[in-house]
Design a protein around this ligand. Structure first.
Ligand code: ADP
Ligand code: ZN
Ligand code: ZN
Length: 816
């Protein structure tokens, strides 16, 4: 008797056991897929976890339908890693598998199959069953697997579909709505009529009274002669020091002709790899220190100011690892994974670089996956966002986590609610390789780990080329309001600086926090927000009860009628958003081009890419945006950064608000003056004496760190305490209340203190579901795994209560 335990793509707490024949047992290995029956007449793709001879005692094991693979598509190391994720983040292996595997790997009854219109199919080469499905798809746009079951009149259809997927004849559902859009780059050339020397001479004479235009034409001519390659508009403006407006006027006059070339972000077409840049002295020192640190620690934090050349150091490290024939995982926040960086790495490493994005189509992801499984040289360096930590590496030699402080490394929904940085560190441990974390503004927890000697620390404090750090100026808008020096949300200082910057032909970034929308109360006269007396956070305004509440401890009071600090009745409960800033800029500077980058304008898959490219190519003068702007983008012509309102970040009700504000402001500031000119940053605030703002202007990371750590200690927050958030959801208000109370009471019986809540979040009903939270704080001496065990026990008894079975309970470990 032989059995396999499989992971089903369902949130089941346990693995499910099926029986197999002796022959199957000889063939199967963990990590192969099988199709199995589950529930009533459902079929799923499941993954073999292990093979054994122990019969399950609770149920009779069913037979599998069929084996789907000839070789494992998931490695043993991945299975180990998934197991850690599922234990640490308190979710099922099915949850992890779903996050890890591209959809095309996981066929199930509900999967929708469509025809791949891009493939030319030779019908005579199709197998009979393939032909039947292909025929059906000529009449219907899509089929469910169940439909195919009836068409073929047999249960086990997954192998046929799999083979059609492999031949690219069909696609699975998700790929139909977003097709990969290649990126277009703008080029210029001289109109052909000027190709003869004579005509060119005439043209230059004609232009003698427009010296700037003449310069551009001459530069273009020299560049083309030198490189014999198409010339990008950006290259031309760079080399001739001309604005894009001048180029545009030459195009309008029919002297230049513009055209676009597709640059594919995945494929690499370059011929030769460029040599690496030579590191400058500070970079060399940092590089040596990192290597020395690797001798002592598994993990090293590189704390290097913005534009200090961290990327070039990574590149050097990568080169060494490649020489040992090993793989590199280079993690970045999704948004920073732009063509900018991809090109930069491909310039050095050519097609060894593979890019992995959660937003890539299933087909693209399968491609990267297969390269890795087959140890192809095409996937030596994986440059990827969060989910790339779940890929099938086989010989990982180095993990780099850039912008390690970024909150987007944490997945909030759905499970697994993992943190990609921490998960990557565990992955590196499995391969016994080193992890390098990089940031200009490290997270407090990582910096704390260097203090505890868990991580090594390397500092790099000068910008590359000795470019000065931007000059940061605080603008007191309370005072400006009083003296009537505000136009909308713009102070006279900001308008002055903007005018000058635009006149010089440079670009501007205006930053408005996404949290500008959150319902906190702010006094329009003095800028004070009511604070919780027990916690270090602002109170949130709950409109429907007209109350102020603290999310963390449950403190609440009636909404204040007047400011408790200055007595003014001029209280504001709304923020202002990027859209309003954009409108105001348009009015103030009607002759310049403004673009907006926020959740609204970047919805499509390549939405933000388009805006970034337009800004890079100087088609846009002023870019208004939210946090998206901060993530490691390297713009060359930005001289001025304006932060519209620092207070709404600082007052956000979260224990990390101050840390995040510091990081955000320094990161946005870091976009200014990355080349030769010193950048300027203006921060508008009601409270220029706020400690965080002082620390931002002086770039005092250490001071910020020490102070925040004191508060974390006093208020029992991470990294001193650990947190687990438990969320309850149900349509019925009373049910959520009763359920959450029961749960909290059980927790308090075990843990006595350090249980917060249950509390309603500020938005306490979403899609007709009421929501309540409990926060479990884990003191430094309390075992995290014991705490989790206790929670799981309580969770099991909770679901044993019939009344609670319909309540959704979400466990979120390290929920910050
Ligand atoms: P960071 O990642 O620290 O923000 P980058 O690596 O993006 O900094 O470097 C900032 C700029 O300086 C980039 O345009 C990069 O090409 C340039 N740069 C950095 N190091 C070197 C070097 N050693 N030689 C030439 N250019 C460099
Ligand atoms: Zn006030
Ligand atoms: Zn509180």
């Amino acid at each position: 008797m032989h059995f396999i335990d499989v992971i089903l793509p369902l949130p089941l707490p346990k693995l499910f056991t099926y029986s197999i024949t002796v022959a199957e047992a000889g063939f199967l290995t963990p990590g192969m897929r099988v199709s199995v029956p589950f529930g009533k007449a459902k079929i799923y793709t499941a993954l073999v976890f292990n093979i054994h001879t122990t019969e399950p005692h609770a149920y009779e094991a069913k037979d599998i339908h069929q084996i789907l693979d000839n070789e494992a598509i998931v490695t043993q190391k991945q299975l180990e890693h998934w197991q850690w994720i599922s234990e640490y983040y308190m979710c099922t292996l099915g949850d992890v598998m779903r996050a890890a595997l591209p959809n095309a790997f996981l066929l199930e009854s509900e999967t929708i199959i469509t025809k791949n219109t891009e493939t030319q199919v030779n019908e005579t080469e199709l197998q009979d069953e393939e032909f039947l499905i292909f025929e059906a798809l000529n009449h219907q746009t899509s089929l469910k697997i169940q439909d195919i079951v009836s068409i073929l009149d047999k249960k086990n259809v997954l192998p046929v579909i799999k083979s059609m997927l492999d031949k690219h004849i069909v696609l699975v559902e998700e790929e139909i709505y977003e097709k990969y859009k290649p990126k277009l780059v703008r080029y210029v050339k001289l109109q052909t009529k000027f190709s003869s020397e004579k005509h060119l001479q005439d043209l230059l004479e004609d232009l003698s009274r427009a010296p700037k235009q003449r310069d551009v034409v001459l530069t273009l001519f020299t560049l083309s002669a030198q490189t014999k390659k198409p010339i990008k508009v950006t290259e031309l403006t760079d080399k001739s020091n001309a604005s894009s407006a001048i180029v545009k006027s030459l195009i309008d006059k029919d002297i230049l002709e513009e055209y676009y070339i597709q640059t594919d972000r995945i494929q690499y077409s370059g011929e030769k790899n460029n040599p690496l840049k030579t590191l400058n002295e500070p970079q060399k020192i940092a590089f040596q220190e990192i290597k020395a640190s690797f001798e002592k620690y598994h993990i090293t934090l590189l704390h290097g100011v913005t534009s200090s050349g961290k990327t070039e150091i990574y590149v050097k490290l990568i080169e060494e690892v490649l020489q040992q024939g090993k793989q590199v995982l280079y993690l970045l926040p999704e948004i920073a994974l732009t063509t900018q960086l991809v090109n930069r790495l491909q310039d050095y490493f050519g097609e060894k670089v593979a890019v992995f994005h959660s937003k890539y189509s299933s087909q693209e992801r399968v491609e990267v996956w297969n390269h890795l499984i087959h140890h192809s040289s095409k996937a030596q360096i994986i440059l990827g966002a969060r989910s790339s930590v779940l890929l099938p590496f086989h010989d990982l030699g180095l993990v780099i986590v850039d912008e390690e402080h970024e909150s987007s490394y944490k997945q909030f929904d759905p499970a697994p609610r993992y943190h990609a940085r921490d998960t990557a560190i565990v992955l590196a441990h499995l391969f016994q390789c080193k992890t390098l974390l990089g940031s200009a503004t490290p997270s407090i927890e990582s910096y704390y780990n260097t203090k505890l000697q868990k991580y090594g620390l390397v500092e790099l404090s000068t910008r590359y080329n000795n470019v000065l750090m931007p000059d940061i100026e605080l603008v007191d808008i309370k005072d400006k309001h009083k003296r009537k020096r505000m136009t909308g949300h713009f102070s006279d200082r900001l308008i002055e600086e903007m005018t000058e910057t635009l006149k010089e032909g440079h670009q501007i970034i205006l930053f408005q926090n996404r949290r500008g929308f959150s319902p906190i109360v702010e006094c329009q006269t003095c800028g004070v927000s009511p604070q919780c007396p027990n916690c270090d956070v602002s109170l949130t305004y709950h409109q429907y009860k007209d109350q102020l509440r603290c999310h963390y401890c449950g403190y609440h009071s009636v909404m204040i009628k007047a400011c408790e600090a200055c007595g003014s009745v001029d209280l504001d409960t709304k923020g202002f958003g990027t859209q309003q800033v954009e409108e105001e800029v348009n009015k103030l500077f009607p002759n310049y081009k403004v673009a907006r980058m926020d959740l609204d304008t970047t919805r499509g898959k390549y939405g933000y890419e388009k805006i970034i490219t337009a800004f890079e190519q100087q088609e846009v003068d002023i870019l208004v945006g939210t946090q998206m702007l901060t993530k490691g983008l390297d713009f060359r012509h930005v001289k001025l950064v304006g932060i519209m309102n620092a207070d709404n970040m600082l007052n956000f009700p979260d224990f990390r608000a101050h840390e995040r504000s510091f990081q955000l402001m320094l990161q946005v500031s870091g976009r200014a003056g990355r080349t030769e000119k010193r950048g300027k940053v203006l921060i508008q605030t009601y409270n220029p004496y706020h400690k965080i703002l002082q620390q931002v202007t002086t770039n005092s990371y250490m001071e910020m760190y020490e102070e925040q750590m004191d508060e974390r200690r006093n208020f029992k927050y991470p990294p001193i305490y650990r947190l687990i958030k438990i969320t309850f959801k149900h349509r019925n208000y009373n049910k959520v209340n009763v359920a959450a109370d029961w749960y909290a009471k059980s927790l308090r019986m075990v843990f006595k203190t350090d249980i917060l809540g249950p509390e309603f979040p500020p938005v306490s009903r979403i899609r007709n579901q009421f929501i309540k939270h409990i926060i479990v704080k884990i003191p430094p001496k309390q075992s995290v795994s014991k705490t989790k065990e206790a929670i799981i026990k309580i969770n099991n008894s909770f679901f044993a209560v019939k009344d609670f079975r319909a309540v959704r309970v979400i466990l979120n470990v390290d929920n910050y």
